[in-house]
Design a protein around this ligand. Structure first.
Ligand code: SF4
Length: 364
């Protein structure tokens, strides 16, 4: 029979405090529980030695403590790791760890599949199955952290995996609250980025509730092209999207909006696209992340020739736009942007030796 008890990680700290108070426990016990779970990675209440035996027994009886289990991990030649994570109902999501010299970024999913069906994206081709819970979003951080050696930490979290975060806003906001809370994961707000394909009515509510970075998946500079690449554009066209972004309060030059722009050969990589992009961004504190298309099976789209991508970037830079050309990370294991499809990309998926007392170095 399936376990119907609630997941503890679905609760924000305030909600956990309120729950404890209702049960007659001291609300500040929530801080101790959070320190065990989120700071130390302990998910067994029996091991929480600073709690009373009675509270430990009730916590063990009343709650589920894990929402996702690692099914398999694939490692790219460039060090990127992609994990398939299984939920209690058997649904699979993917999370990607991207180690770089000075930081380690975790890309988390927010939905199983995605309803937005962007035409260049493997996740979009899956269709939509369901939203992830707060606990399932947080467990991506918990499980992926266990893949790292002890001397390496996750430094940045980006909500850019499977799904459109703003279509699952309540759970995304609760997860962000746990990520930022000083008694939980304690990430600095500038280390957390939430991406959207342009769900216009939810952008201001996100930023009002959470001081995170905003990334907008733009990918095109005309409605005609964006309607095809990001069909959501038919509901929220470019002019409305850009007007909404211009109207956001508390943005300044130190908090740019990140614009993701997948460069696709002969679709959106012409100098005229670059010049239109300059006009679209005028007056907005912005930074463009240009990413050459990551081809995946069944997709008609290809990346531009390197010289064409360079010309696109030079065109932007010469007009004062801050732009970076992102190397596709993990493209050999289908872990790069737009490639997550909850399926093995080859034979390199392995059962992971997770970090543990016996294996402190992890090892995937
Ligand atoms: S690009 Fe993002 S929003 Fe578009 S289909 Fe893929 S996961 Fe969904």
């Amino acid at each position: 029979m399936s376990d119907t008890r609630p997941q503890l990680k679905d609760l924000t700290l305030d909600a956990l405090r309120a729950h404890l108070a209702k049960c007659g426990d001291a609300p500040w016990r929530a801080d101790q529980i959070a320190a065990w779970v989120y700071t130390r990675g302990v998910e067994d209440p029996a091991a929480m030695t600073d709690l009373s035996a009675d509270l430990r027994a009730r916590l063990a009886a009343d709650w589920r403590w894990r929402a996702l289990e690692v099914e398999a991990v694939e490692r790219s030649a460039d060090g990127t790791r992609k994990a398939r994570l299984a939920a209690a109902d058997g649904e699979i999501v993917e999370a990607v760890l991207i180690p770089e010299a000075r930081r380690t970024t975790l890309c988390v999913s927010t939905q199983v599949g995605c309803p937005l069906a962007c035409s260049f994206c493997a996740t979009g081709a899956l269709g939509f199955r369901r939203n992830l819970s707060t606990a399932e979003i947080i467990d991506q951080v918990m499980r992926m952290r266990e893949l790292l050696p002890e001397d390496r930490q996750i430094t940045n979290v980006v909500f850019m995996g499977m799904g459109e975060p703003l279509l699952n806003l309540p759970h995304v906001l609760s997860a962000v609250e746990l990520l930022l809370h000083p008694k939980a994961f304690a990430f600095a707000p500038r280390r957390v980025t939430v991406s959207t394909a342009g769900v216009v009515p939810k952008i201001a509510p996100l930023l009002e509730a959470a001081p995170v970075n905003l990334a907008v998946s733009l990918h095109a500079t005309t409605d005609a092209v964006r309607d095809v690449l990001v069909p959501l554009n038919r509901r929220f066209p470019l002019e409305l999207l850009m007007e909404t972004l211009r109207g956001l309060p508390r943005l300044g030059p130190r908090r740019p909006i990140f614009f993701e722009y997948t460069l696709i050969r002969n679709v959106n990589d012409a100098p005229e696209d670059a010049r239109r992009l300059v006009r679209l961004l005028r007056g907005l504190p912005s930074k463009v992340n240009a990413i050459p298309m990551n081809p995946h099976p069944g997709s008609p789209y290809r990346p531009p020739e390197p010289a064409v991508a360079e010309r696109f970037l030079a065109e932007l830079a010469s007009r004062g736009v801050r732009v970076t050309l992102r190397r596709p990370r993990g493209s050999d294991i289908a872990a790069a942007c737009g490639q997550l499809a909850a399926r093995a990309s080859g034979s390199r998926f392995v059962k992971p030796p997770l970090r543990s007392a016996e294996n402190p170095a992890g090892g995937v």
